[in-house]
Design a protein around this ligand. Structure first.
Ligand code: MRU
Length: 359
């Protein structure tokens, strides 16, 4: 086991979820999130198949993180290609694109990352130039992800008052991005600006991103956090224990519908009926301005995630299971969407078009 930290604006120990390593032909190093919170271990991927597996088995997860991971997977295909035939490289890149795209269907960032690399590759005439510029691009994507999160944090921090108690669901933190996080980036930024905040993290059954990852990284950054069962959300809100909710997103449509971890919709409904402001923090790379609501595939994951906890069976062998990984929160339940370009207010159809400068 070894540890990897980075320095981002004054934090020498920030968690760095994924990095491109130039040594040798190049490799991708990522925190193995299936091992958290017990151990902070890293996986080194040397080809796109290994990256695809890491995405599929949730070693790396969270929309922005898998966008960068997929892009790096394509870059690995390119650096491993050892001939000079540009057309052949291109056709191999498309095959790798399909393999990486099929890993997880709901977060749009995955396709965004892959499309960026394919568009960049199309600009150059030689295999050498393509390789060089793809590598440059994945490094820029990593840096941009952190910058976007820091900006989102600054905008979002203005919404947080000193003493606020904030609920978050799933993990939209450093571990779901390259570093710093979206929803948790807002909380980090509020704390950095001197505000005293405390957080309630939901466990987020069945994969437990809340207890395994959010609790881990908030404790790591010394942000006050309490863990609650998903089933306690209504009780906390009814007892006025929550001032605001901040969550991340896997895909946001032009209508303002937000796809996020299963359970988000329930939290949003409860927040709405208890007059608790409900914010979504997400970079512009999470917006999908083309798709219709009905066309998005909600990932269904294995029954094992539901019938077992830490490998131990907790349901009868015969039971049928339905395990959707994401749900949809409609725009009427959302108070604001925090992006790196500012806070989008309802009506979202209008504010989303404005931020993308669409007439
Ligand atoms: O299945 P996961 O863990 O990849 O789901 C992640 C989420 O739903 C996060 O809340 C979302 O990606 C936002 S991450 C900044």
């Amino acid at each position: 086991m070894f540890f990897c930290y980075m320095s981002i604006e004054g934090n020498d120990n920030a968690l760095l979820t994924i990095t491109w390593d130039d040594a040798g032909l190049g490799s991708v190093r990522l925190i193995d999130q299936t091992k958290l919170p017990e151990t902070l271990e890293y996986i080194v991927c040397k080809n796109h198949y290994e990256v695809a597996n890491a995405i599929k088995n949730l070693s790396i997860r969270g929309a922005p993180a898998i966008g960068v991971a997929a892009a790096m997977g394509l870059a690995l295909y390119a650096v491993n290609y050892n001939s000079n035939n540009k057309e052949e490289l291109f056709s191999g890149l498309w095959t790798a694109y399909d393999i990486l795209l099929k890993t997880r269907p709901t977060a749009i960032n995955l396709k965004w990352g892959l499309d960026k690399i394919m568009a960049e590759s199309a600009k150059y005439d030689t295999v050498h130039e393509i390789k060089e510029n793809i590598i440059k691009m994945v490094k820029e994507m990593s840096d941009d992800d952190i910058k976007a999160n820091k900006n989102m944090g600054r905008f979002g921090s203005d919404l947080i008052n000193n003493g606020d108690v904030i609920m978050t669901h799933c993990n939209a933190g450093a571990l779901a991005t390259v570093s710093y996080g979206t929803a948790l980036g807002v909380l980090r930024s509020a704390k950095e600006s001197g505000k005293k905040i405390s957080v309630f993290a939901t466990e987020t059954r069945p994969v437990m991103q809340g207890s395994r990852l959010t609790a881990f990284e908030l404790i790591y950054d010394k942000i006050d956090v309490s863990l609650v069962p998903d089933t306690a959300v209504g009780y906390l809100m009814m007892n006025k224990m929550i001032d605001k909710v901040v969550v991340g997103a896997d895909r946001i449509l032009k209508s303002g519908h937000v796809f996020n971890k299963i359970g988000t919709y329930q939290v949003a409904l409860l927040a709405n009926s208890h007059n608790v402001p409900f914010y979504v923090a997400a970079p512009l790379s999470t917006f999908d301005l083309e798709s219709d609501l009905d066309s998005i595939v909600i990932e269904e994951r294995s029954a094992d995630e539901v019938v077992k906890i830490a490998g131990k069976r907790i349901a009868p062998k015969e039971v049928r299971v339905f395990n959707p990984a994401f749900d949809i929160t409609p725009p009427n339940l959302i108070t604001g969407i925090i992006t790196e370009k500012g806070i989008l207010n309802p009506p979202f159809e209008k504010s989303i078009f404005e931020v993308f400068e669409i007439k």
